[in-house]
Write a protein that binds this ligand. Structure first.
Ligand code: NAI
Ligand code: MG
Length: 345
């Protein structure tokens, strides 16, 4: 019997509807070649579901997803619906309910981009706590006394496990582990983050360098070649990964894996970019981030060889000059995918 993986697909909004089918076609092609099957369970969740039913996903959505092996997401976000509704109605609940505490975001210069800076970093973003918290509130709405308070939550357990994960990646590579901090300005949570990161790194035998987030942002631009594995809180990791992708050439290339390393629930794979309403429906979306995310998913599902071949095909297509407008090319999303598929046959 051939190997079979059950994957829930949430194409979602905007260009999610274009890059997801592109990535699935590529996975189907490598699956045929390597003798496994993927059962895609398509979920029409997202902003249209919200308009029709008042929620981004059904009430038992998480239970439905729990029975699968992985989740593949395009993007959520619609100009007509507040972003906090779309994000907190779908993606954030999935990350938290399934304890996807690692958000792994590799950024590498892709071939075929004239003048792009050399960069090859792994950003390890804490994914379930930190600055993205529900604790806080608003007071005196609409009055001159109006105020808002939002608490950041950092736990020893949370910092330890994300650092342990980053340290394990750092050991497989050569460089020093860099930790993003802001302990000069944020005087409670960030010194705590620094302490726990250092304890874990010491215990793991990994050298760690704590760098203030503002200086680190500049370093991503000025000396990206000096960076290797970067561990960061939820907010800092989010910002750094878009920055890193831009340095590498385009936000349209960066993939992301929301991992539950204990495998007690499915992990979720998605491009870093959003729904890009400005280019949606025009065939301009770069499918690279989605295809790379699909390759990370195959790797997680134990199909390492297929994952590597898929990524190779995608990169060699870019190297041959087939790319979308954001990378300086003229190809449509479909033309990019067709070229990758040709290389997979
Ligand atoms: P965005 O990533 O959607 O777009 C930023 C810029 O990059 C736009 O100019 C867009 O055209 C371009 N871009 C993005 N992906 C591209 C691709 N594959 N190929 C070519 N160009 C690409 O970020 P933005 O504009 O801040 O957010 C748009 C919506 O997406 C918002 O509603 C936001 O909340 C949502 N969003 C959702 C995410 C998710 O589902 N994980 C992540 C980020 C944003
Ligand atoms: Mg982001």
């Amino acid at each position: 019997m051939s190997r079979r993986h059950v994957v829930d697909v949430i194409a979602g909004d905007g260009i999610g509807q274009e890059v997801v089918p592109a990535a699935l076609a590529c996975v189907d092609a490598v699956a045929r070649r390597f003798g496994f099957e993927v059962e895609w369970r398509h979920r029409d969740w997202g902003s249209d579901h919200y308009r029709a039913h008042g929620s981004m996903m059904p009430e038992d959505g998480l239970d439905q997803l729990r029975t699968g092996d992985a989740i593949f997401l395009g993007a959520v976000g619609d100009p007509g619906i507040p972003d906090d509704v779309t994000l907190w109605g779908l993606l954030i609940p999935i990350r938290r309910a399934f304890q996807q505490y690692v958000n792994l975001r590799p950024v590498r210069t892709v071939p075929g981009r004239e003048g792009a800076t050399e960069i090859d970093v792994l950003i390890v973003r804490e994914n379930v706590e930190g600055e993205y918290s529900e604790i806080g509130g608003r007071y005196g709405r609409g009055t001159p006394d109006e105020l808002a308070v939002q608490e950041a939550i950092f736990t020893r357990r949370g910092i330890e496990r994300i650092t342990r994960y980053a340290a394990s990646l750092s050991k497989e590579r050569t460089g020093t582990l860099i930790s993003a901090t802001k302990s000069n300005g944020i005087i409670h949570t960030m010194p705590f983050w620094d302490e726990v990161v250092r304890e874990v790194a010491d215990a793991e035998g990994v050298e760690v360098d704590s760098v203030l987030i503002d200086a680190l942002a500049a370093r991503f631009v000025l000396a990206p070649g000096s960076l290797d594995v970067v561990v960061a809180s939820n907010l800092f990791g989010d910002i750094l990964s878009d920055l890193a992708a831009a340095v590498a050439g385009s936000i349209g290339i960066a993939p992301s894996a929301n991992l539950n390393p204990d495998r007690s629930a499915p992990s979720l794979f998605e491009p870093v970019h959003g729904s890009a309403p400005d280019i949606a429906g025009k065939g301009l979306a770069n499918p690279t981030a989605a295809i790379w995310a699909a390759s990370m998913m195959l790797d997680h599902l134990g199909e390492e060889e297929a994952a590597a071949v898929l990524l190779d095909a995608c990169f060699s297509s870019l190297a041959s000059g087939v790319s979308t407008r954001d990378l300086g090319g003229t190809a449509s999303t479909q033309e990019c995918v067709d070229d990758v598929l040709r290389r997979l046959d």
